[in-house]
Design a protein around this ligand. Sequence first.
Ligand SMILES: CC(C)(COP(=O)(O)OP(=O)(O)OC[C@H]1O[C@@H](n2cnc3c(N)ncnc32)[C@H](O)[C@@H]1OP(=O)(O)O)[C@@H](O)C(=O)NCCC(=O)NCCS
Length: 164
Amino acid sequence: MVESVAFEIYRKSPEHVAGLREISSLWRSEPGGFWTFDHVIEALQRPAVKLFFVCAPGENRWQAAVLVDVGPYSADLLYVYVRPELRRSGIGRIAMNNLFTWLANNPGDQPGSAPKEELLLEVRLSNAPAIAMYESFGMTRVCVRKSYYADGEDGLVFKRKVKP
Ligand SMILES: CC(C)(COP(=O)(O)OP(=O)(O)OC[C@H]1O[C@@H](n2cnc3c(N)ncnc32)[C@H](O)[C@@H]1OP(=O)(O)O)[C@@H](O)C(=O)NCCC(=O)NCCS
């Protein structure tokens, strides 16, 4: 069970870059993993893309990371990741809960933006843990995108109101 963690937004400080570099070195071992360190740094060039991390207070080692593309009215979850040895202990739930809270309260950087109404995401049909987590958050299946991923796997689209 997780005791106490912080959910922080990434700033381009040396500590944060080191935290991202370390956790992203693990991502390539995920089935169909796409997001390398370089991909995340490139995505963060766009002001709409935000990176959050979960950390125990006073620790530099990230427990989880969340990458999200924040549009004017809705947001797209690009990636959520929990360190393998910490899974099934509630960290993914903490990260998602904090993300929903942040989206409900932050307008984002785009002109005319307001707090977000909806969160959307795509997930591989084979990713049972992630699908179970999204469904446990009351996210609903919108459609299947045929051969959405580069290796031909279908993607399942989920959505949920930020404030259900
Ligand atoms: C998906 C992921 C983020 C879940 O993180 P986690 O910290 O293990 O999740 P939690 O412990 O907070 O679990 C939250 C809920 O998700 C569901 N869940 C998570 N893992 C599950 C599993 N292996 N089997 C079944 N249900 C699971 C459960 O409903 C769980 O609630 P419960 O523990 O009360 O039953 C994690 O497995 C991960 O990082 N996977 C690799 C990256 C990935 O695939 N990301 C999604 C890409 S879109």
